[in-house]
Design a protein around this ligand. Structure first.
Ligand SMILES: Cc1cc2nc3c(=O)[nH]c(=O)nc-3n(C[C@H](O)[C@H](O)[C@H](O)COP(=O)(O)OP(=O)(O)OC[C@H]3O[C@@H](n4cnc5c(N)ncnc54)[C@H](O)[C@@H]3O)c2cc1C
Length: 400
């Protein structure tokens, strides 16, 4: 039983199906409840993991092979690859969250996986040889193993270990949108990043000319849900326009003309989850290691997890042993990626004008073309990572 039909859920169902294990996915919301929603970039390491499962290239969305960095004055710093392309030319890929969910669910269904919508897990109990899952509609299901792919606020995580976990706030909020009909510099596939004087902004043109954008204003004290919901869409748009007023960037033009802007939400991560499983229940994806969106790695980590868990359950006979091995093979990498995301949030936050002025003087000296290329070389551990589906894994394996 897999709880959650986001990224990790359908991907682990695909991996299990390939491994000869039958799984049913239970998703809390009805099919298609996502709307157009936010956009994200699937990094090349996550894309590689998806292809490793035999999933074909994504038709929705578009490739993002490079980033271009600027500071708020408009000064260009550097252009770098979005990771190294795979041997077949595959690069990072921008896609809306709803298109990605739909594609992964359709892929799982086309391979014979059953997905049940409108099934919110509320409780689960261990039996002698399995797990019974209870849903909000009063129904229940039984299986050998329960996989919690139920995201940041995971119910399965709490069932495995009721100790309340603090989500770590990253000092920023995020907001995004789509804007058509504006003339701003750039070509499809180049993501423009602006380290603005008061907030971070980035945008990409899609092949049809629509601008996909994302902003991350610094918000030192974590805002409450009430505080955020008190902001009307118009107030939020005005606040954003004010934040970008002093920058020489296309942010104002893009925000002014945006059809819709997502409400602000705090950037949070989960650096360390002490227990990942209890022998019959296990968590994957954001449920066990949410990465800050600034790292652009949450989806990739969820897909890599699914692959490794699938391999462990395929090759290791005892479920408990398989779960121990999955945790051992994944924990160091995902916790390192969470810290990478945390650092990325820190690097785009604007904490005081004096620091910002210093950053704008200092950054062009180190983060020039050469410096940026050197930085990218150091990121090989992240982007060039490969989980080989076909190679066997054992309880004492050191690589997945
Ligand atoms: C604003 C923002 C921007 C981001 N940008 C990027 C990016 O550019 N690149 C990137 O790689 N990552 C990005 N991320 C992170 C990425 O979205 C997540 O890491 C990824 O979606 C995690 O996948 P998941 O399957 O673990 O969880 P989710 O995608 O959250 O899926 C969890 C699923 O479980 C369901 N569910 C929850 N509770 C229950 C329950 N009790 N019963 C049944 N179902 C349940 C939910 O409805 C949902 O469908 C971003 C995140 C945010 C918030």
């Amino acid at each position: 039983m897999i709880i959650g039909g986001g990224v990790a859920g359908p991907t682990s169902a695909i991996a299990l199906q390939k491994a000869g294990v039958e799984a049913v996915v239970y998703e809390a919301y009805d099919r298609g409840a996502d709307g157009i929603g936010a956009n994200l970039v699937l990094a090349v390491n996550g894309y590689r993991a998806l292809l490793e499962l035999g999933v074909k290239h994504l038709e929705d969305g578009f490739d993002v092979p490079r980033y271009r960095y600027h500071i708020g004055s408009g000064k260009a710093l550097a252009q770098v690859n979005n990771g190294n392309p795979l041997a077949d030319g595959t690069v990072g890929h921008a896609i809306t969250r709803s298109d990605l969910y739909r594609r992964l669910r359709d892929e799982a269904i086309s391979r014979g996986v059953q997905i049940e919508f409108g099934k919110r897990l509320v409780n689960a109990e261990l039996t002698n040889d399995g797990v019974v899952a209870h849903f909000a509609d009063g129904s229940k299901a039984e299986g050998d193993l329960l996989i919690g792919a139920d995201g940041l606020h995971s119910t399965v995580r709490r069932l495995i270990d009721p100790t309340e976990l603090e989500l770590r706030y990253g000092g920023l909020v995020t907001t995004s949108g789509y804007t058509s009909g504006v003339e701003v510099p750039g070509e499809p596939g180049t993501e423009f990043m602006y380290l603005g004087k008061r907030a971070f902004f980035c945008y990409i043109h899609d092949p049809a000319g629509v601008v996909w954008w994302y902003a991350a204003p610094t918000w030192p004290e974590e805002p409450t849900a009430d505080e955020l919901s008190a902001l009307t869409p118009q107030q939020w748009r005005e606040q954003l326009l004010d934040l970008f007023a002093a920058d020489d960037s296309p942010a104002k033009t893009i925000i002014q003309a945006a059809e819709e802007i997502t409400p602000p939400r705090p950037i949070q991560d989960i650096p360390h989850v002490p227990r990942w499983h209890n022998g019959r229940m296990v968590i994957i994806g954001d449920a066990c290691h949410a990465v800050s969106p600034s790292g652009g790695q949450g989806v990739s980590m969820a897909i890599e997890d699914a692959l490794v868990l699938g391999k462990c359950l395929r090759d290791i006979k005892s479920i408990e042993e398989a779960l121990n091995t999955y945790e051992r093979l994944r924990r160091d990498r995902v916790e390192k990626v969470v810290e990478f995301g945390r650092d990325a949030s820190r690097s785009i936050a604007v904490n005081g004008q004096a620091r910002r002025v210093f950053r704008d003087i200092f950054l062009p000296l180190v983060f020039n073309q050469k410096g940026a290329e050197k930085d990218l070389e150091k990121m090989s551990w992240l982007y060039d990572y490969r989980v080989d589906w076909d190679s066997p894994v054992a309880a004492d394996s050191t690589v997945p």
